[in-house]
Structure formats: structure tokens, C-alpha cells
Design a protein around this ligand. Structure first.
Ligand code: TRP
Length: 454
């Protein structure tokens, strides 16, 4: 079915969109925590190497498929390997981002709820325990949590239904610079707090003794997660990039922005955590429990300033979550529009309904549905575990095997080097080809195994 596809307006629009997908909660809480736990500056160096030697080649594999075919995940597989079992990979990567979106929207909803609170009553608790119980009550209350989930998902639907250019591109072009400005402002505030230097030390002090094989595996897993690999979002966005653009430049730009944001976020959060005398811990708890407590705590000396920073912080979280969520939403919409012939509006509505229902079940699993268990896990945790531990790594592995071992080397090379016109050509492609075929597959298997055993 021949359809005229919309494309991103240019190089910066494409990089903003890809970076928007990559930059999310993973950069704000997961990365800083891992840095501190796994050796500070030493971990950052290892992380950088993992990004360049492992995640960039995987990113490029996905991008090559999308850019080459100018089609969504399912259509791309049909084009490159018609009538084969590879179509299941196309289908898998339509479904997995939608499962992620369902529970991601629940967390996005919590951020909206907290943004609202920071704008209205603010945070006043005097003890960390009472902030935690406020968080527990909020996520368990079906009315408020469901309302926020609905609001978040409706926002995504509104952006996606407006189209690739006037919806997704426009939103990212506005949000990405905003996100960087906000996180820098928060960093400056955080670094000026008395006692913040312990947080800086936590991030930069190299401790090579903490670098263990499991630390290296953790760096690989984090770089994979942070670049949104394995679920077809990079593939789908790349299919909207003009054919004359160089995908290596796109990949390097995305890795660069993603890393930069993670580092700034680290220096925005850890100094504040240490200034308040709290031990850092991973997980949503850091954002929804520790930080509101800090905002309440710091309020004592300059209440208006900490109230403003609290608002800025939750605006950052909400926008970071939106830019990632719309990339997942778009994968499903692209499938319904291109393969099923639906209009964009109808496709958006259908994806909205499906993910709203699954998301509502995830949300209710903190309250009325807390007794429903799948393999011993709540619905929310089950969706998280299924996607993070299985579908993402499985999808990533199959994409890599497809490009490295199934696609014709000449075609891949042609795509990689922009038809041979790219300045770097030969050696860089050979390095990529080697990493893709021999390094990425076993590394993904290691990431998969460490999800279970470490
Ligand atoms: N990269 C996102 C982050 O750092 C999270 C993420 C993982 C994601 N896989 C994804 C986002 C797939 C969009 C699509 O928070």
C-alpha cells in the first residue's frame, strides 16, 4: 500500500525526537544512582565505552532498518524479509512498546499529580516517613491516580494525533531545549545548597575497586535501557528521517545528548540528596519520596525558592516522560495507519483505549487490585518485568541478528555510509560491522542474564 509518509523537517528535528525518546526517568534517577553505587567517575568512563561500542551499534541496527525501508516495525520486516518468520519480530515490537506505555503512563500520571501538588499546596512534611506514606496513599487512591493516568495518556494522544511534523516534531523541538535549561537551573540550585559537596564527591570520586564484572554488565544494561533500544521506537522514528541524512550522525547526537542529560541530572539530584543528609536509593522512591521531602526540608531557609525549584523539577519529569511516551505511542499508530489503513485519528484513539485499559489495571494494582498476582507479581510489576527483562532484550537481540546476519552486507553498508558518500566510509563501517556481528549479540545475552542473577 503506497502512502505518502510525513518526515521530520531536518537533522536537528530528528535528533531532538530521538533524544526525546531516550531521555527519560532512566536518566534522572537510574543513572545517577548507578554512578554512585558502582564506582563514581570510573563507572562513567565504562558507561561511555558501553554506549559507543555496544549500544550505538544496536541503535544503528534499528535505525538502519527504519531508515532503509521508511516503514514502521511490521512493514519494515515485510519489506526486508517478506513471507518469513521475521514478521513476528515486527509484531512483537508493535506490542512491547504499548505494554511499556501502559505502565509508563501511570508513572507519568504520578508526576502530573506531584506537579499539581507543587503548584498548589507544596511539600511540607517534616519526616521522610510521612512523605512516603503520602506517596503510598496517592498511588493507591483509584480516583486520583486514574485521573492523572488519563490526563497523561490524553496528552500523548493529542500530540501524536497531530502528526509526525506538527505533533511529535513540534513538541520535541520545544521540550528538549526546555528540559536542558530546567535541569541546569536545578543543578545550580542544588550545587549551592550547604553540604552539597558530598553529593558531588559521590558522583566523581573514581573508585576502581568497585568496578566488578557485574558493574560492567550494569553499565551495559543501563546504556541499552537509556537509549530506548529493542522495542522499535528508534526504528520507527528513523523511518521519518530524510533518506539523505546520515544515521551515524543521528546516533552520535542521540548518545551525546542522552549522556549529557544524565550527567547534569546526576549533579542536579545527588548534591541535594546529600545536602539533606539522605542516603541515595534507586527507584521511583527517589523522585516521589526523597525529593519532595528535600523540597519541604530546604524550604526552611528560603521557602519560595525551594517551592519554585519543586515546580521546575516536576515540570522536568513530566516533559521528560512525555517525550519518551509519545515515541512508544507512535510505534502502534504507525502500524495501524500503514498496515491496517486506519486514519491517524482513529489509530490514535484505538491505541489510547488499549493502553488506557492496561494502564488502569496497572494503576489499580497499587490499590483495589493489589491482590491480583501474575507469577507472584502485581500487574504493574509484571508488565515492568515482562518488558524490561524479556521483551526489550529479546527485541534488541533479534534486530541485531537481523541486520548483522540476515541482511545483505552491501545494503547495510550502503545505508550506513549514505550510499558511499559519507566522509568516514571504510574503516568505521568495518568496526561497526564487527561490533554488530560479534560483540552485540553475546553482550545482549549478558544483559539478559544479569537481569536475573545479579
Ligand atoms: N530511555 C527511557 C529512559 O531513559 C526509557 C525507555 C526504555 C524507553 N525503553 C524505552 C522509552 C522505549 C521509550 C521507548 O527513561
Amino acid at each position: 500500500m503506497e502512502r505518502r509518509r510525513e518526515l521530520f523537517g531536518g537533522r536537528s528535528a530528528a535528533i531532538f525526537a530521538l533524544a526525546g525518546s531516550a531521555i527519560g526517568l532512566g536518566n534522572i534517577w537510574r543513572f545517577p544512582y548507578m554512578v554512585g553505587q558502582t564506582g563514581g567517575a570510573a563507572f562513567i568512563i565504562i558507561y561511555l565505552v558501553c554506549c559507543l561500542l555496544l549500544s550505538l551499534p544496536i541503535f544503528l541496527a534499528e535505525a538502519i532498518i527504519g531508515h532503509r525501508t521508511q516503514a514502521g516495525t511490521f512493514g519494515a520486516m515485510e519489506q526486508l524479509a517478506p513471507g518469513t518468520k521475521w514478521k513476528w519480530l515486527g509484531l512483537l515490537t508493535v506490542v512491547s512498546p504499548l505494554i511499556i506505555l501502559s505502565y509508563y503512563s501511570v508513572v507519568g500520571g504520578w508526576s502530573i499529580g506531584y506537579l499539581w501538588q507543587s503548584l498548589t499546596s507544596g511539600f511540607h512534611a517534616s519526616e521522610l516517613g510521612s512523605v512516603s506514606s503520602a506517596f503510598g496513599n496517592f498511588i493507591a487512591s483509584p480516583g486520583r491516580a486514574l485521573f492523572c493516568h488519563t490526563l497523561f495518556l490524553s496528552g500523548c494522544a493529542a500530540i501524536v494525533s497531530a502528526g509526525v511534523k506538527s505533533g511529535i516534531e513540534r513538541f520535541n523541538k520545544f521540550s528538549m531545549p526546555l528540559l536542558f535549561v530546567l535541569i541546569v537551573v536545578i543543578m545550580v540550585y542544588s550545587l549551592m545548597l550547604p553540604g552539597s559537596s558530598a553529593g558531588v564527591e559521590y558522583l566523581v570520586k573514581p573508585d576502581f575497586s568497585k568496578i566488578t564484572p557485574s558493574g560492567v554488565a550494569a553499565a551495559m544494561g543501563q546504556s541499552f535501557f537509556s537509549l530506548s533500544l529493542g522495542v522499535g521506537t528508534i526504528l520507527t522514528y528513523s523511518s521519518y528521517i530524510h533518506s539523505k541524512e546520515n544515521i551515524l550522525v543521528m546516533g552520535l547526537g542521540t548518545v551525546g545528548f542522552d549522556l549529557l542529560f544524565a550527567l547534569i541530572a546526576g549533579f542536579a539530584i545527588m548534591p541535594a540528596v546529600f545536602a539533606a543528609g539522605i542516603e541515595p536509593g534507586a527507584g521511583p522512591g527517589l523522585i516521589f519520596e526523597t525529593l519532595p521531602y528535600i523540597f519541604a526540608h530546604m524550604g526552611a531557609s528560603a521557602p519560595w525558592l525551594s517551592a519554585v525549584v519543586a515546580v521546575l523539577f516536576f515540570v522536568t519529569i513530566v516533559f521528560a516522560a512525555f517525550t519518551s511516551a509519545i515515541s512508544m505511542f507512535e510505534v502502534g499508530v504507525a502500524y495501524l495507519v500503514e498496515q491496517r489503513g486506519l486514519t491517524r485519528h482513529r489509530a490514535t484513539l484505538l491505541i489510547f483505549l488499549g493502553t488506557w485499559i492496561l494502564g488502569a489495571l496497572c494503576s489499580l494494582s497499587f490499590g483495589p487490585l493489589s491482590d491480583v498476582k501474575l507469577f507472584g507479581l502485581s500487574i504493574f510489576s509484571f508488565c515492568d518485568m515482562l518488558t524490561s527483562n524479556f521483551l526489550m532484550t529479546f527485541g534488541g537481540l533479534l534486530f541485531v541478528l537481523f541486520v548483522g546476519w540476515k541482511m545483505d552486507r552491501k545494503v547495510v553498508r550502503d545505508e550506513f555510509t549514505c550510499g558511499g558518500t559519507a566522509r568516514f566510509n571504510g574503516v568505521v563501517f568495518d568496526a561497526f560491522w564487527f561490533l554488530l556481528r560479534y560483540i552485540a549479540p553475546p553482550a545482549i545475552v549478558i544483559i539478559f542474564l544479569t537481569n536475573f542473577f545479579v
